[in-house]
Design a protein around this ligand. Structure first.
Ligand SMILES: Nc1nc2c(ncn2[C@@H]2O[C@H](COP(=O)(O)OP(=O)(O)OP(=O)(O)O)[C@@H](O)[C@H]2O)c(=O)[nH]1
Ligand SMILES: [Mg+2]
Length: 618
């Protein structure tokens, strides 16, 4: 089954609703007020199967006061029926609806001349010519023009055939993309609870899925799905979808919100966009207040013209001229869920008329933007490169998905030189190179100043660079010139080299400990005798400890390795023997003060094992 969404468009009273009813048998004017006034106010929905094509009709109101509602229905349309009443020809909302369809880039359509029964052949021929002229150089230039009468039933078969023929060229919306459902209705249904409807513009939805309502971030569970009035397990992109939700109240939901998969996207209040001002509009001024429509949503916004050649930044004199394209920032009064590539429509405040529309380029732009930057955003790979270069330390895959709306596989394709993936971050090579250069110069200065210290604390280096620990480790690991030794980082070439007086002192310290054997001297005493100042003395001690010639047994207790070897030799012949601290003192002549820390040290070394009050020689 092929699914296509067919929307109506056209001036009030031109027979849109009557045509949908003639085609489907459904009167989409359901509201009491619609029936009373004989006009459509809100969107109407009906469907029809033609062979293997399932057509969902979205009937829109023509009244200029309800363009807002018309816009909420026109976003996901694959094929538009541009309705022109044969007895009235082209009227203001014929133009405005047609402009909207062009700006939203609806890809195809059919011009339908309605109420053909009310005019003679000559007039019909004339209106046909006017219609041809009207759509010249637009997406409808070669579109079929079909004359119909909803009352007489003429032309309907020809129209159906034209719809089926054109639907063959509809590129189906992509079910493999991220799920998005802009809500166009929400209500409560007896026995079901909360229900929302909308055109599933991308991805797919399954019963029992968890969904997120954006903006707002509420979570809900999909209790049931209907498409075309039938319960289904899965709805796919391109289908009109009704979703029964558990966990949210009807009052939490309304037209303009979207359902998405949880945790992927954040709403935004500032976007940069490629904007097109209609030739019929007045020049657009910098900071003009506008109505911004995207998907089923509408918010008030301020248009800020982005500086470019001939346009000074934030200049009050900046203007977009009629018929021109420009880069424009929209500052939204309320957050909206938008993604790059979304189409939008802009309407003026007074008079409230459609003045233009465009493509969302960036949903999280930096404070200052330029035309060149906006232009770079038009290809995904360049946009990703830009986002990564502008970020503090690269972006993760979830961040890139949230920023671009692309799939992981598409983003991966865009990760080409100079971008690379490191520890879950996409970073730019120049950023890595600059960081490594900084780290090396810091290390080199540090070694120069502290030749006796083997390295600088990694955490100190990392916090200077302000990057996450895993990323920092991976970046350091990429450079053979840097050696990480536990928590210390050094240049790979750095060796602690002792000057003559230092190596004398080092030998002296070692000798003092060796000579002391198990009768351990106080540290301060040894350092005082070393002949160098206490800071250097402590550094030398560190080096000796690191080399293994001295061993740290307690906080202030150091033994020469030979003394410990001697102890092991005392214990070795007693393997398996149980002994007390007293025995140990007898065997070694060590006082109780030192026996305890030494035994604990030996426990750790697995020379002995503590067992209750006694120990066993291992
Ligand atoms: N004679 C004749 N009258 C028609 C035909 N189609 C619609 N009408 C009449 O025209 C009037 C308006 O028709 P609708 O279908 O409500 O027009 P619409 O375009 O949906 O109007 P809005 O939704 O308010 O923009 C109604 O009184 C219809 O009966 C037709 O083919 N022939
Ligand atoms: Mg109508």
């Amino acid at each position: 089954m092929r699914h296509i969404i067919v929307g109506t468009a056209g001036h009030i009273d031109h027979g849109k609703t009557a045509l949908v009813r003639a085609l489907t048998g459904v009167d989409t004017d359901r509201l009491e007020e619609e029936k009373r006034r004989g006009i459509s106010i809100d969107l109407g929905f009906a469907h029809l199967d033609l062979g293997s094509t399932r057509i969902a009709f979205i009937d829109v109101p023509g009244h200029e006061r309800f363009i807002k509602n018309m816009l909420a229905g026109t976003g996901g349309v694959d094929l538009v029926l541009l309705i022109i009443a044969a007895d009235e020809s082209i009227k203001p909302q014929t133009r405005e609806h047609f402009d909207i369809c062009r700006l939203l880039r609806i890809p195809r359509g059919i011009v339908v001349l309605t109420k053909a029964d009310l005019v003679d052949e000559d007039i019909l021929g004339l209106v046909r010519l006017e219609a041809e002229e009207f759509v010249r150089e637009s997406f409808l230039e070669r579109a079929p023009i079909v004359a119909v009468s909803a009352t007489a039933g003429t032309g309907l078969d020809e129209l159906k055939a034209a719809i089926v023929a054109l639907s063959a060229s509809v590129i189906e919306k992509d079910a493999s993309r991220h799920f998005r459902l802009p809500i166009d209705r929400s209500f409560s249904m007896r026995g079901f609870g909360t229900v929302v409807t909308g055109t599933l513009i991308s991805g797919r939805l399954r019963v029992e899925d968890e969904v997120e309502v954006q903006p707002g971030g509420l979570r809900a569970r999909v209790r049931g799905i209907q498409t075309h009035g039938k319960a289904v397990d899965t709805a796919e992109a391109g289908e009109r979808t009704a979703v029964n939700l558990a966990g949210v109240e009807p009052a939490d939901l309304r037209r303009g919100l979207s359902l998405v998969h949880p945790g992927l996207f954040e709403p935004t209040t500032v976007i940069d966009a490629a904007f097109e001002l209609l030739p019929s509009a007045a020049p657009l001024k910098h900071r003009a207040p506008v109505h911004f429509h995207a998907g089923t949503a509408e918010v008030e916004a301020e248009a800020r013209i982005i500086a470019g050649p001939g346009v000074a930044a934030n200049s009050v004199a900046a203007r977009v001229q009629p018929g021109e394209r420009a880069c424009v920032r929209f500052v939204l009064r309320e957050p909206l869920l938008l993604l790059p590539g979304d189409r939008f429509i802009v309407r003026m405040f007074s008079p409230v008329v459609t003045i233009g529309g465009g493509d969302v380029l960036d949903i999280c732009p930096p404070k200052k933007a330029t035309v060149a930057r906006c232009e770079a955003l038009e290809t995904a790979a360049r946009a990703i490169h830009l986002y990564v270069s502008e970020s503090a330390h690269g972006l993760t895959m979830p961040q890139l998905i949230g920023r671009t709306g692309l799939r992981e596989s598409e983003i991966k394709k865009a990760i080409v030189a100079p971008l690379i993936s490191v520890a879950g971050y996409v970073v730019a090579e120049p950023f890595l190179a600059a960081m490594l250069a900084r780290v090396k110069s810091t290390l080199s200065a540090f070694h120069q100043k502290n030749p006796l210290v083997s390295g600088l604390a990694k955490e100190e280096l990392r916090s200077r660079e302000a990057v996450p620990a895993a990323l920092f480790d991976a970046i350091l690991g990429r450079d053979k010139g840097i050696a990480a030794d536990g928590d210390l980082v050094r240049l790979a070439t750095h060796r602690v080299s002792l000057k003559q007086d230092e190596s004398d002192a080092s030998a002296k310290i070692e000798e003092l400990f060796r000579a002391a054997g198990l009768t351990v001297p106080a540290l301060s005493e040894v350092l005082a005798k070393s002949g160098v100042d206490s800071t250097r003395g402590r550094n030398l001690l560190q080096i000796l400890l690191k080399s293994g010639r001295l061993l740290r047994v307690g906080a202030d207790l150091v033994y020469h390795a030979e003394a410990i070897a001697e102890l092991r030799a005392v214990l070795a012949p007693r393997k398996g023997q149980r002994f007390s601290v007293g025995d140990f003192k007898d065997w070694t002549g060590i006082s109780r003060k030192y026996a305890i820390p030494l035994l604990e040290f030996l426990d750790v070394q697995r020379v002995t094992r503590r067992d209750g009050d006694s120990r066993i020689v291992l």
